[in-house]
Design a protein around this ligand. Structure first.
Ligand SMILES: [Fe+2]
Length: 185
């Protein structure tokens, strides 16, 4: 199961209370911020979803340009709540035989390379498409972070904005099975 749509409905999100300090970035494709007001985030989530296994990281992310195909080396599961989807598909791929991609760390605000968020990047010639989902704004999806994925670049005028929850160490299926949806709005 590469991905799974979750029936989570959140109220409108006040970005001024969510977008905190710059955390890491990847080229001009992916920018990550800390959560500014974590009590506000807790209020949004409480009585709606419970994670049986807590994420090691929760961030607010923006993807203005889509992303190249990549896989995460440490992260096992990602849960995205799409504040603004921009309608771009998230596509999944497998490698063609003998292709290993190129390791490529993310960069932190001080210019240092991020140890924990190393990703492996792939050229289109190294991979084969296998599946996709197209999130709408307000949708929530789990997906397997160690599978190769990419966000298509279909709408340059519209930036994808997400709340991202990340897990490492624990296998993907275990994370997905541990969540409880408490009351879909
Ligand atoms: Fe990713």
């Amino acid at each position: 199961m590469l991905f799974k749509k979750i029936n989570l409905v959140l109220p409108d999100i006040d970005l001024d209370r969510i977008k905190g300090d710059p955390l890491e970035a990847y080229g001009s494709e992916f920018f990550s911020w800390t959560i500014k007001d974590t009590e506000y985030l807790d209020q949004l989530l409480e009585n709606r979803i419970r994670f049986g296994i807590l994420p090691y990281k929760v961030t607010y992310d923006e993807m203005p340009n889509g992303t190249v195909p990549h896989s995460h080396s440490q992260d096992t599961a990602t849960f995205n709540y799409y504040i603004h989807s921009n309608g771009a598909p998230t596509r999944f791929f497998q490698t063609r035989s003998g292709q290993n991609g190129t390791p490529s760390p993310r960069v932190m605000p001080n210019g240092a390379l991020s140890n924990h968020s190393t990703i492996t990047q792939y050229k289109l010639t190294e991979i084969k498409f296998i599946d996709k989902f197209i999130p709408e704004s307000g949708d929530a999806y789990f997906f397997e972070s160690q599978k190769i994925h990419a966000v298509a670049r279909i709408n340059a005028a519209s930036t994808r904005k997400i709340l991202r929850f990340a897990w490492d160490t624990v296998p993907y299926e275990e994370i997905v099975n541990s969540i409880e949806i408490l009351s879909p709005a």
